[in-house]
Design a protein around this ligand. Structure first.
Ligand SMILES: NC(=O)N[C@@H](CC(=O)O)C(=O)O
Length: 437
């Protein structure tokens, strides 16, 4: 395997140093790195920020079943290009990832592709139908070692089923990641319920439909003494509820997506389904509240909710359009724009919310590690000085439903290393056979 000497990188935005990547680990740093480098390939990282490889707790890879939208290969290559070294693949595939067989299939596809570590998420209920618990134990003890369980796309609406799931996952230190959406309050919903939906005449998705489920679930988690994770939290009220739950000592974590950190329901005025997503884009007040929640630690992580859809599912009238936006290749730029350039997060905070904390929540022990000697060489090198216009045609995801098409965003991932192997170099993906030959 090729050794790499990463020259003059700034770990977590700090002092520039050299890093020697050898045998899958960070073998040396500082002056030792250059001294021991031997024939290592030099990567000039002058001016680049080094972050631990990003970890996404919420990715839709669509395989098996919707390979027209994305495959494990194309989605994980896009992830590597976005600076990720691990992703959690959501269970709403066809068939649903509700058995050991399906999660092992996804896990194996991830290993074969080799771009990032793929950690399959197991469904909470059989077929995401919300009626019977899926084989959680079998998925947890399978080769895929599932620790995150979610019916994402659907809410575990039945409180008894949710309680049982929370109780069950305790046996293997798992977590239930809830898609908080009260189904009866969101029947036919097309966008956030508020002034804009009223004006446009589109059925609204009220904030309370999210907040009431989160409130119920934090109380259930407290009652059974289990671990709850809230997916794609999107409203100011949700931030308040999670803040309250944490102050009470409830074991709850929460994520926000990049799009909810920057976009608002005003975009629905375009009637362009690129802006149609679940949960919906909310108001400017909600955007400010989720930024504040991420800044003060109420919201633990940023997760992409990368939801690729083929053109025919988006190139249509708003009500017929699918919910979802791509996100793996724009997540870090949006976080830089909204949180770093505004002074609300440091680079060390970015490492926490996009790597360390998601790895901890997903119980992935070899990711989100410090960039120090002896640690696995999972890292990404980012050029924060570059600004680029997002062009979905130039992205690596198979789908083009980016809400940021044509938008200029800061930051470019120049290199990504997975256990010391380059998956991205000079800003472009590197096929496995091209590396270490
Ligand atoms: N987030 C989305 O808008 N879409 C997700 C599922 C979902 O959460 O509805 C998808 O799988 O497409």
């Amino acid at each position: 395997m090729t050794d790499y000497l990463v020259r003059s990188a700034r770990p977590l935005g700090g002092e520039a140093t050299d890093l020697l990547l050898r045998d899958g680990v960070i073998a040396a740093t500082g002056a030792d790195a250059a001294r021991e480098a031997g024939s290592a390939v030099v990567v000039d990282a002058d001016g680049l920020v080094a972050l631990p490889g990003l970890v996404d707790l919420h990715t839709h890879l669509r395989e098996p079943g919707r390979e027209d939208a994305e495959t494990v290969f194309t989605g994980t290559r896009a992830a590597a290009a976005g600076g990720f070294t691990a992703v959690h693949a959501m269970a709403n595939t066809t068939p649903v990832a509700d058995t050991a067989g399906v999660v092992e299939q996804v896990w194996n596809l991830g290993r074969e592709a080799g771009w990032v570590d793929v950690h399959p998420v197991g469904a909470v209920s059989v077929g995401l139908a919300g009626e019977m618990l899926a084989e959680l134990g079998a998925m947890a003890t399978s080769a895929a070692r599932v620790r995150v369980f979610s019916d994402d796309g659907k809410c575990v609406a039945d409180p008894v089923l949710m309680r049982r799931a929370l109780e069950y996952v305790k046996a293997f230190d798992g977590v239930v990641a809830q898609h908080a959406q009260e189904p009866r309050l969101t029947e036919g919903a097309q966008m956030h319920e508020g002034a804009v939906s009223a004006e446009l005449g589109l059925t609204g998705w009220p904030a309370v439909a999210e907040e009431s489920i989160i409130a119920r679930d934090v109380l259930l988690a407290e009652h059974v003494g289990s671990r709850l994770h809230v997916c794609h939290l999107s409203t100011a009220g949700s931030v308040d509820i999670v803040r309250w739950a944490k102050s009470r000592g409830i074991d709850v974590t929460a994520e926000v997506t990049p799009h909810h950190l920057i976009l608002t329901d005003e975009l629905a005025r375009s009637y362009d389904p690129r802006y149609k997503v679940n949960p919906p884009l909310r108001t400017a007040e909600d955007v400010e509240a989720v930024r504040a929640g991420l800044e003060d630690g109420t919201i633990d992580i940023v997760a992409t909710d990368h939801a690729p859809h083929p053109v025919e599912d988006k190139d249509c009238e708003w009500p017929a359009g699918a919910f979802g936006m791509t996100g793996l290749e724009t997540a870090l730029p949006v976080v830089i724009e909204t949180m770093v350039e505004t002074g609300r997060l440091t680079w060390a905070d970015v490492a926490r919310v996009m790597s360390t904390a998601p790895a901890r929540i997903g119980r992935v022990s070899d990711q989100g590690r410090p960039l120090t000697v002896g640690e696995p060489a999972n890292l990404t090198l980012v050029d924060p000085s570059v600004r680029r216009v997002v062009d979905p045609a130039a992205q690596l995801t198979r789908s083009t439903n980016s809400p940021f098409a044509g938008t200029e965003l800061p930051g470019r991932v120049m290199a990504t290393f997975l256990r010391g192997r380059a998956t991205v170099l000079d800003g472009a993906p590197v096929a496995r056979e091209e590396v270490g030959a």
